[in-house]
Design a protein around this ligand. Structure first.
Ligand code: AMP
Length: 488
């Protein structure tokens, strides 16, 4: 199948060809005709499947088919794309611009953590397509700086993540104010009961599309475990990066504090590294991503949630410095290397504390992961497992209506820690601290498999087997916590 056969117009095909895409991905070949038809759509697709082009291209086409308003008249917002994170919003809007470059449509992106005035100016000038995170969009709606009365198409992108991050009430408030007659597209990687309920209330006889989950593309990724002692991990990582001359290494850390510390240590080892997580300011995150993308930054250390939305083609190396607490996150993490057909390599540094986590992952992906002990880093067989402390990953710090009691407060690394940036200086994060409730540490003792559910954070029906998946850094990453203390 080629893009020509999907019914896309010439200016869109030209933009697609310029991107070097020759064949539509499965989600694109199904979603594009469905969206062009004008009906609602419920699509199961993860990041990396090409879903963004899957909805962006047909939206651009539909909007371009009807004439732009007469000169002088302001363009009404006709399409609204909601995303869970700022990074994803920025990337989706970049895609809108890329694919729409030969059309006359205008777009803008809006999220919290940055000034609202430029967004208001852009809206005043008139845009056809708005890509937004829910919190900031609500701000605009409340301030009446956005008029959505002419909205024709609504997209909820990564809807499961949006619910997971506690955006359901925000979404409902947005939906309540939209004109009823519109085309609705819902994209989600998973289909929990919560998503089904949302889909039922939102979609009218939707076309259903589900493309292969990432789990089934795990085969495309070379995976390896390096057993190592917990206090030798950093040294081993430096060794691997140097020895193999790795560039563009995405390293996952379980905690924000750990991410900061690791980036600092790598920098001391002479390897350029920055950390991104929910406590970093928007500008620090944007800059780190840009440097990572253009290869001036060798290593990006990220927490699970912060890494979502990083959209880099053919990311060559993913390293799990810590194994994730939730096995599905392993699949999300390593999937970053095998995007849209490209192969990649994922290595995990596993110490004695993480053996149970490794077992859970291998059970999920239904295969053992090959192990290789690196000479000089042989694990000490007498070392005893220790419980994994989930510092600064508390979850729910910003979740709405969930005042947490009893848990110790901890201003984590981004808030006040040294968190020296690896290069250039970015203020050590914490840029959002003034407007977000402080994340709370969920310290857990016991068996290492720390419970993911922060107390009071979330009702039953959470995704992926009922486990909430916020990193608590949601405090910073969420556009706007609906806690009544929206400091703007
Ligand atoms: P997405 O799932 O939308 O985040 O897209 C994942 C990556 O696949 C992006 O970096 C796109 O640039 C890339 N991509 C999207 N469509 C295609 C295609 N048809 N062929 C090759 N790469 C693609």
């Amino acid at each position: 199948m080629s893009f020509d056969s999907l019914g896309l117009s010439e200016p869109l095909l030209r933009a697609v060809i310029e991107q070097g895409y020759t064949t539509p991905t499965p989600i694109q070949s199904q979603a594009i005709p469905a969206v062009l038809n004008g009906g609602d759509l419920l699509a199961g697709a993860q990041t990396g499947t090409g879903k963004t082009a899957g909805f962006t291209l047909p939206i651009l086409q539909r909007l371009s088919e009807t004439p732009a308003p007469a000169a002088g008249a302001k363009r009404p917002v006709r399409a609204l794309i909601l995303t869970p994170t700022r990074e994803l919003a920025a990337q989706v809007e970049e895609s809108v611009r890329t694919y729409g470059k030969y059309l006359k449509l205008k777009s803008t992106v809006m999220f919290g953590g940055v000034g609202i005035n430029p967004q208001i100016d852009a809206l005043r000038r008139g845009v056809d397509i708005v890509v937004a995170t829910p919190g900031r969009l609500l701000d605009h709606m409340q301030q009446k700086t956005i008029d959505l009365s002419k909205l024709e198409i609504l997209v909820l992108d990564e809807a499961d993540r949006m619910l997971d991050m506690g955006f359901i009430h925000d979404i409902k408030r947005v939906l309540a104010k939209l004109p009823p007659k519109r085309q609705n597209l819902l994209f989600s990687a998973t289909f929990s009961d919560e998503i089904k309920t949302l889909a039922d209330s939102l979609l009218d006889k939707p076309a259903l599309i589900e493309v292969a989950r990432r789990n089934s593309t795990v085969e495309a990724i070379a995976q390896k475990i390096h057993p190592v002692d917990r206090d030798k991990k950093r040294e081993l990582l430096t060794h691997l990066i140097r020895q193999n001359n790795w560039f563009q290494v995405l390293v996952f850390s379980r905690t924000k504090h750990g991410a900061n510390r690791l980036a600092e240590q790598l920098t001391k080892d002479g390897i350029s590294a920055l950390a991104i997580h929910g406590n970093k300011s928007q500008s620090a995150r944007t800059r780190a991503l840009a440097e990572f993308k253009d290869n001036t930054l060798q290593v990006l250390v990220a927490t699970d949630i912060a890494a979502r939305g990083i959209d880099i083609d053919q990311l060559p190396h993913v390293v799990n410095f810590d194994l994730p607490n939730v096995p599905e996150d392993y699949v999300h993490r390593i999937g970053r290397t095998g995007r849209a057909g490209a192969t990649g390599e994922a290595v995990s540094l596993v110490c004695v504390d993480e053996h149970q986590l490794l077992k859970d992952i291998e059970r999920l992906i239904k295969r053992p992961i090959p192990q290789e002990v690196i000479a000089g880093f042989e694990p000490d067989p007498t070392q005893k497992p220790e419980p994994i402390l989930r510092r600064s990953q508390g979850g729910g710090g910003a979740r709405q209506g969930a005042p947490r009691q009893g848990a110790p407060k901890q201003a984590n690394g981004g808030g006040r820690g040294p968190a020296k940036p690896a290069h250039g200086g970015n203020g050590g994060g914490g840029g959002n601290g003034s407007r977000s409730p402080k994340p709370v540490a969920a310290k857990t003792g016991g068996n290492g498999a720390a419970p993911r559910k922060p107390e009071g954070a979330r009702p039953a029906g959470a995704l992926l087997g009922g486990k909430p998946r916020s990193e608590g850094g949601g405090a910073g990453r969420r556009d706007t916590p609906r806690t009544g203390q929206r400091g703007r």
